[in-house]
Design a protein around this ligand. Structure first.
Ligand code: LLP
Length: 463
């Protein structure tokens, strides 16, 4: 059974097209720069290095599995987004993709803002010194406690997601003697071509207030009436892992239509429009993501054009990339435990992690790449499936991949592009301990999230 809502291509479906894996790559030792972080290379001995450190050293010092994050690449990508949008727009990094205090500090230093969607993310951001006015608070069911904490901290904006929340936030802000800056999240009716579970702007899902039936216009009416709120703009997020800009075009058209209606009805021109995140990255060599400057140019042109034709002042644009910044900057380093050839089918390669450190393959039929990284090999390619150590046959990390046929227990393999939604969605299934995140830069490795221990597990189990 496919859970895909759209025939969005093989990367989103659970059946690979005929012949998809008939041609192994010409060189199994090569590392496609599209899917590996920017400082990744092989040293003279054929061992993969990142940030100037080889993976054997990383495995010896930090163990496996481990998420290895290329700090220079992260900073470069964050800066590229910031520069691409310039001073006329704001970039909010979506913390749900991966958040830690080190990451918050890097973002702060690189001039980005931060989107959080829970009390836990807010606490992480504040404890690492992100100024509250550079934080946006999201979520479809923020608790009153979370809202109060955000208002007290002075977050730059709360993104309102329902009629109840409009009243709730207004009440809390007013009772604290504050006027909270807010945006209203609308659903524009765009069906982004991505997996159903990560598409968010069609109407039959839980986020936002539909433009359809005048509901968003009614939300605006109510928000404008409440003293505790300062309505600064409209927010739209159409989904994730999107390559095609046409969804953003339709979204911008419809959001600007709402801004025009608001101007006509209330005589108010809202100063901001947030187009959310969702820009895709390369998980395999088949994916062709756009560069931040192309995205910035396209989005700015779309909004400017739409506003000109509606005779509106162009609002300040903000965007919320998560995956596009952190996704490509990390790989997961695993040690091979067993290699099991199944005649006529494929070879199952079991690693020391699995669905607890990367649920995306099981959850979204996501495709990944994989490579032998502790050495090079001239052996013939074998069709492999990389699986984890969990008690579940759906525990697949990479569904179909070519690896050298001399692969053996003790080899290190790595899965690139696991920076986003892997550590942040990791679990303790089967009481497997969550891996550390090791940041590497200029020959130094630093643990920014430590490996979980059995003590950590037992501490929560109060007996
Ligand atoms: N802004 C809002 C309001 C969002 O809901 C999201 C993602 C983002 C920004 C960032 O989207 P990004 O640029 O990272 O695609 N777990 C799924 C993705 C869920 C995304 C949820 N919201 C996955 O692993 O693909």
């Amino acid at each position: 059974m496919s859970r895909s809502a759209h025939p969005a291509g093989p990367r989103h479906a659970d059946v690979l097209p005929e012949g998809h894996y008939s041609a192994p790559p010409a060189d199994l030792n090569s590392l496609d720069p599209k899917v590996w972080s920017r400082t990744v290379t092989r040293d003279d001995l054929g061992v993969v290095t990142v940030g100037g450190i080889d993976v054997k050293t990383l495995a010896e010092e930090h163990g496996t599995p481990a998420y290895v994050l290329d700090e220079a690449d992260f900073r470069d990508r964050a800066r590229a987004w910031r520069t691409a949008f310039g001073t006329e727009a704001d970039v909010f990094y979506a913390g749900k993709a991966f958040l830690s205090r080190a990451v918050v500090r890097w973002l702060h230093e690189e001039g980005l803002n931060l989107d959080v969607c829970s009390g836990g993310e807010l606490a992480t951001a504040l404890s690492a010194g992100m100024p509250a006015d550079r934080i946006a608070f999201h979520g479809n069911n923020k608790s009153s406690e979370e809202i109060e904490r955000a208002v007290r901290a002075g977050v730059g904006r709360i993104v309102l997601d329902s009629f109840q929340e409009i009243v709730r936030v207004a009440h809390i802000a007013q009772s604290l003697g504050r006027r909270q800056r807010v945006q209203i999240r609308v659903t524009v009716g765009v069906e982004a071509h991505t997996h159903e579970f990560i598409a968010t702007a069609h109407e039959d899902q839980k986020f936002g207030i539909p433009l359809a039936g005048g509901q968003a216009a009614e939300a605006v009416r109510r928000a404008l009436r409440l003293d505790g709120l300062e309505l600064i703009g409209i927010h739209s997020h159409i989904g994730s892992q999107i390559f095609d800009m046409s969804g953003f075009e339709v979204a911008a058209h419809r959001v600007v239509g709402l801004l025009k209606d608001i101007r006509d009805e209330h005589g108010v021109e809202l100063p901001e429009i947030d187009l959310g995140g969702g820009l895709g990255i390369a998980y395999t060599s088949d994916d062709d993501p756009r560069e931040p400057h192309e995205i910035a140019k396209a989005l700015t042109e779309i909004v400017t054009r739409e506003c000109e034709s509606a005779r509106l002042r162009t609002p300040r644009i903000s965007v919320e990339p998560g995956r596009a910044i952190v996704g490509p900057t990390a790989f997961t380093l695993y040690e091979v435990g067993t290699v099991k050839p199944l005649d006529g089918l494929r070879t199952y390669v079991s690693v020391d992690g699995g669905m607890s450190d990367n649920i995306r393959t099981a959850l979204y039929d996501a495709e990944y790449s994989v490579a032998l990284v502790s050495r090079v090999s001239d052996a013939a390619p074998m069709l492999a499936r990389v699986v984890g150590k969990h008690c579940e046959s759906g525990d697949i990390v990479v569904k179909d991949a070519f690896l050298p046929s001399d692969l053996a227990p003790g080899d290190l393999i790595a899965v690139p592009a696991t920076g986003a939604y892997c550590r942040s969605m990791a679990s303790n299934y089967n009481h497997v301990l969550r891996p550390p995140v090791v940041a590497v830069r200029e020959g130094e490795a630093r643990v920014i999230v430590r490996r979980e221990t059995e003590e950590d597990l037992l501490r929560l189990d109060v007996g």
